[in-house]
Design a protein around this ligand. Structure first.
Ligand code: C2O
Ligand code: CU
Length: 466
């Protein structure tokens, strides 16, 4: 197997000037703050210049938040960006008003304003938070960070080290600046916006030292705009123990792991490489590429048993599938999709007209479910109701479909309940059926997490009655 380390082309002289924005004043009694603001990120290895980004506390990805299950998260978002923003807590079960969808669950937070988020954390697991206003541009500029909710004391897996790996994808110019074409029609109508620089925790060549025989917990988070990662381990023996924060009932040996945009995986991995070698997290492209390196020092080499499952989270139980309410979501559009048109602005528009208005996709024949003046839920659900939703992808492109506020089971071919997830990858031409219990009251987004798809027609919501 050939392994490539991606090097970025030739150096350019000029370093990019960072926009200077006023810092907001803060008092000693204020709650813990997250300031969304511009800042520099050294995405490319020095001596390449730093990249001007938008980040939480000015870094991209943000340093993130680590909490314990059952505690309350309280943060004040201060907006020091030149445009409105909000924070969505991806995968967390919380009251709808804390879900952070600007224009739907809260007013956008204007520049200079703040918003207080406060909610309990019922579930342990690997989550993340990101901007939810102009998401393609704002998440793409760097407004994303890990949210780690630890299992309670005594219930944590026995590991020697834990590594959070947030995978990012950036489109950079040779001077390190970002290409700011977040709404490029070609990306939006094809597979979404792919970058030219892939990072782990904001670094092209991320590395973390380990010892031979160490048992690691890897928390993998795909924060990219549209890149689907196909990951594998080398010099490590791994098991997937959780997906999208939710523990698997039985750990699953890791061969390759597909991580679509917004998905997470918790992996327990034993280092088997020799001291002096590197264990690797690799991603498959045309050839395998190093995503993250783990230089190995001497240690033990005890062979360990497969890890025990993580303790299950207290998610609400599903009712009987036979009695579930059937719903269908038909996704159409995109390049080579043969969609004639869809409803936009209350009228039927041909594909060409839709494209002129910036829409390339439709859900159930409509492209603007969240239009400010014509917001309408895809369906209205009763609280506690069990829903069975078939997501049919009539386009030629894969879509990473995310439901806010509730995890769902993917339903297996034989009608069995599969993994509990908050984001599922639906291949072109495929149908994925999911089942969930409508939980808290409110409007819960259902959208593609390829963010330029979401911005161009693949964004809707389900309303759960109070
Ligand atoms: Cu992480 Cu509406 O998304
Ligand atoms: Cu999509």
């Amino acid at each position: 197997m050939t392994l490539t380390r991606r090097r970025f082309g030739a150096l350019l002289a000029a370093s990019a000037a960072l926009p200077a924005l006023p810092r907001l004043a803060r008092a000693a009694t204020d709650p813990i703050m997250i300031e969304a603001r511009p800042g520099p990120a050294q995405l490319l290895p020095p001596p390449y210049p730093a990249t001007p980004v938008w980040g939480y506390d000015g870094t991209a990805p943000g340093a993130g938040i680590r909490m314990m299950q059952g505690t309350r998260l309280e943060r004040r978002l201060l907006n020091a960006l030149p445009e409105p923003t909000s924070i969505h807590w991806h995968g967390v079960r919380l009251p709808n008003g804390m879900d952070g969808v600007a224009g739907v669950t809260q007013a956008p937070v204007a520049p200079g304003d703040s918003f207080d988020y406060a909610f309990d954390l019922p579930d342990a697991g690997t989550y993340w938070y990101h901007a939810h206003r102009s998401s393609a541009a704002q998440v793409g500029r760097g407004l994303h960070a890990p949210l780690i909710v630890e299992e309670r004391e005594g219930l944590r897996p026995d590991v020697d080290d834990e590594i959070v790996a947030m995978l990012g994808d950036w489109r950079l110019n040779r001077d390190g600046t970002q290409v700011l074409d977040f709404d490029a029609p070609h990306d939006a109508s094809h597979g979404g916006r792919h970058g030219n620089v892939v990072t782990t925790n904001g670094q092209v060549e991320a590395s973390h030292p380990v010892r031979r025989g160490d048992r690691l917990r890897l928390r993998l988070i795909n924060a990219s705009n549209a890149r689907i990662f196909e990951l594998a381990l080398q010099g490590m023996n791994g098991w997937v123990v959780a997906l999208d924060g939710m523990p698997l009932p039985t750990p699953r040996p890791l061969e390759t792991l597909v991580l679509a945009p917004a998905q997470r995986a918790d992996v327990i991995a034993d280092v088997t490489a020799e001291a002096g070698e590197e264990a690797l997290l690799i991603r498959h492209e045309r050839e395998p590429v190093v995503q993250m390196a783990f230089p190995v020092r001497a240690g033990t080499a005890a062979v360990r048993l497969a890890p025990a499952p993580l303790p299950p989270n207290p998610v609400p139980a599903l009712g009987a599938l036979a009695d579930a309410r059937p719903l269908r979501l038909v996704m159409e559009g995109g390049a080579m999709g043969r969609m004639d048109g869809a409803r936009v602005g209350g009228q039927r528009a041909g594909f060409r007209e839709m494209a002129d208005a910036g829409f390339y996709w439709a859900f159930n024949g409509r492209a603007d479910w969240t239009a400010a003046d014509a917001m309408a839920p895809l369906a209205e659900l009763a609280a506690g109701e069990t829903v069975r939703l078939a997501i049919e992808n009539r386009s030629n492109w894969p879509h990473s479909m995310h439901l806010h506020g509730m995890h769902f089971h993917e339903i297996g071919a034989s009608g069995t309940l599969g993994d509990l997830r908050d984001t599922t990858l639906v291949a072109g031409g495929a149908t994925v059926e999911i089942a969930f219990a409508a939980a808290a009251a409110g409007d819960w987004m259902l959208h593609c997490h390829m963010l330029s798809h979401a911005a161009s027609g693949m964004m809707a919501f389900l309303r759960v009655a109070a």
